[in-house]
Design a protein around this ligand. Structure first.
Ligand code: UD1
Length: 422
């Protein structure tokens, strides 16, 4: 296992280019199961999660070639409909092969993903949607077994849950409905940009999807889908993480390959804190103001609200922002594993249920800390960049699930970060 050693206190300066979006590429790769024809996906980030999805596609009968940032997928003769526990338990996004498999092969056996460190993550909405399309679903020995006689049939499906919409349930149902007979309407659909990207990919394959990016998606099923080419959108969470990295180190960086419109909630909150970023074409310049930031209150919500995937990174910034800030987590109310680790670095954060009350401190101090999940790891790296002294972040395989070459990109901006064996 590797760890990151960070010597804090260096201002970031220079340019960084954002990679393709993890949360786009994973469902898009799953969608290639809907066709026997070849597909080419470009701007693919080289991540642990990408490799997990490639392994899963292999096991389901696809031949996958990953060269630089391009993936070429072709079909072998032996399509398989069983998604193994080992692959699904390491990455929840694997569960979105359920919709494509049942639509294309009329049956699927997909392992239930199991527990997750950021809290309970049920799949009831996925199952509700797929069964509404006519699949018979049972749970057998930890697997979801779905079968359909003949074709899936279009239906009007309300997909809202206790915590609002679900990104991957929307993806699963949208993919399955693309090959269903008749029209499907998804109400309370997730509006995330990654859903729009997936819909664009499916439409290039010949699907008829309208309304992606709104809570009301219409899908007119087609008989078959064809192969296509697609370039995935930039990763808005990676871009957001670099925005915070610049601010927390009082730096000045230019972020390239970013869609500012996908960052509205983050940019709005930063404006409230006293930061004005310069957006031009597909770049954002993050020049830190000369005075301290103001404390703010942040509530995470489904898109276009403030993303839960930026909550931990924002907490790192607020922990060194003078005054009292409050973060309320409304998507995963238990997603606070980074709080005790930040406190070990000298932060003053108190958790009360879904709220974290943050009293900004003058400085953090470097410490050995442990990453518990992907975004918590990013938060600890950000804290390490500003902390006095040395921070070592262990278990960085979490980081490698979702950030492409984070240490190298930070080094290029002047951070003192090295990867070491534990
Ligand atoms: C996706 C993202 C993840 C992000 C999350 C929320 C991918 C690969 N992952 O995960 O990075 O943190 O969106 O923005 O895109 N829920 C249910 N029943 C379900 C499904 C979800 O109650 O069947 C709940 C969840 O527990 C959570 C909320 O709905 O409270 C949102 O989760 P969801 O949007 O489904 O997250 P994912 O799609 O798994």
């Amino acid at each position: 296992m590797d760890k990151l050693i960070i010597d804090g206190g260096y201002r970031l300066k220079g340019e960084v280019t954002i990679s393709g979006a993890k949360n786009s590429v994973l469902p898009i790769l799953a969608a290639t199961l809907l066709t026997d024809e070849p597909c080419i996906i470009r701007a693919v980030p080289n991540l642990r999660d990408t490799h997990t999805m490639i392994k899963l596609l292999h096991s389901l009968g696809k031949s996958v070639d990953f060269d630089k940032d391009t993936i070429r997928i072709t079909s072998t003769h032996k399509a398989n409909y069983v998604a193994d526990y080992k692959l699904v338990s390491t990455m929840r996004a694997s569960f979105c092969v359920l919709g494509p498999l049942v639509a294309k092969l009329k049956q699927a056996k997909v392992s239930l993903p199991g527990g997750c460190v950021i809290g309970v993550r049920p799949v009831d909405l996925h199952l509700k949607g797929i069964s509404a399309l006519g699949a018979k679903i049972s749970i057998e020995a930890g697997y979801v077994v779905a079968k359909v006689d003949g074709f899936l049939k279009g239906k009007c499906i309300y997909l809202g849950g206790v915590f609002g919409s679900s990104v991957l349930a929307t993806a699963n149902v949208m993919m399955a409905a693309s090959l269903a007979k008749g029209k499907t309407i998804i109400e309370s659909a997730a509006c995330e940009p990654e859903i729009v990207d997936l819909a664009e990919f499916l439409n290039k394959m010949g699907a008829h999807i309208r309304g992606a990016g709104t809570p009301y998606i219409e899908i007119e099923g087609v008989k078959a889908l064809k192969g296509t080419e697609h370039k995935v959108i930039p990763d808005r969470i990676e871009a957001g993480t670099f925005i915070i990295a610049s601010l927390i180190t009082q730096g000045d960086i230019l972020i390239k390959n970013v869609i500012a419109q996908h960052q509205s909630a983050l940019l709005d909150k930063l404006k409230e804190a006293g930061v004005n970023l310069i957006v031009k074409d597909n770049t954002i310049r993050v020049k830190s103001p000369n005075k301290p930031l103001k404390p703010i209150n942040v509530t995470t919500l489904p898109y276009p609200g403030f993303p839960t995937d930026m909550q931990a990174q924002m907490m790192a910034l607020l922990s060194v922002t003078p005054g009292i800030s409050v973060i309320t987590e409304k998507v995963y109310p238990d997603r606070f594993m980074h709080v005790p680790e930040l406190n070990r670095m000298g932060a003053h954060i108190q958790r009360e249920g879904p709220h974290a009350i943050i009293e900004g401190v003058k400085r953090l101090s470097g410490a050995p800390v442990m990453a518990s999940d992907l975004r918590a790891s990013a938060c600890l790296v950000l804290a390490g960049l500003v902390a006095k002294g040395r921070t070592s972040v262990s278990r960085i395989y979490h980081l490698e699930r979702g950030y492409e070459n984070l240490d190298e990109k930070l080094r290029n901006l002047g951070a003192k970060v090295v990867k070491e064996k534990e």
